[in-house]
Design a protein around this ligand. Sequence first.
Ligand SMILES: Cc1cc2nc3c(=O)[nH]c(=O)nc-3n(C[C@H](O)[C@H](O)[C@H](O)COP(=O)(O)O)c2cc1C
Length: 199
Amino acid sequence: MAELPLVVAITGASGAPYAVRLLQGLAAAGQPTWLIVSDHGFRLLATESGIASIEPLRDRVGAQAWDANVRVFDDRDRGALPASGSVPTKGMVICPCSMGTIAAIAAGTSRSLVERAADVVLKERRKLVVVPRETPYSDIHLENMLRLTRAGGIVLPASPGFYHRPTRIEELVDFVVGRILDHVGVKHELPRWSDLDPT
Ligand SMILES: Cc1cc2nc3c(=O)[nH]c(=O)nc-3n(C[C@H](O)[C@H](O)[C@H](O)COP(=O)(O)O)c2cc1C
């Protein structure tokens, strides 16, 4: 049976390199991916990774792998496929996930395709992984993350470990992306603790 698509959203929290690496990992694994980028997701992609639109993102992921695996949806189109619970998907990853988007999902507002797709994934009891990046957290942030967790979501913060003694930014990024891929059951060759133990 064909692999179900994974919905991936990029929103406006700091951490665009995580999103690029995640898309590369999914494409390398041949995972069909339905991509939604919010306006501020593009803003952060431009600021942090020099990617101002879909075309350079496709180039960064690799045009061939992109064309074989990635389908892009407009965040303003709340009637697109990821907005429907009757369309089967493997679940959804929001990476990075802004506190604004977390709040909207926690409140069930569904005012964009990202928000609606996440709402659908939760109601259909599929896997939702959100990758927040904020510091410090307010009461409101923590309560919203708790609500998502209680609704079945997985809050997987962009908090790389240092026990493998990373010397390059890419190693920190891979640490987080490897954990995301593990949670959505996508095979990868990013380093694991067992490979990294420096002792
Ligand atoms: C340069 C920049 C950095 C930002 N960093 C963060 C961040 O790390 N975490 C966060 O929750 N919001 C951050 N924001 C704010 C969000 O982008 C903003 O709340 C936006 O409305 C989120 O919309 P979206 O979730 O639809 O992308 C940042 C905004 C800018 C312009």
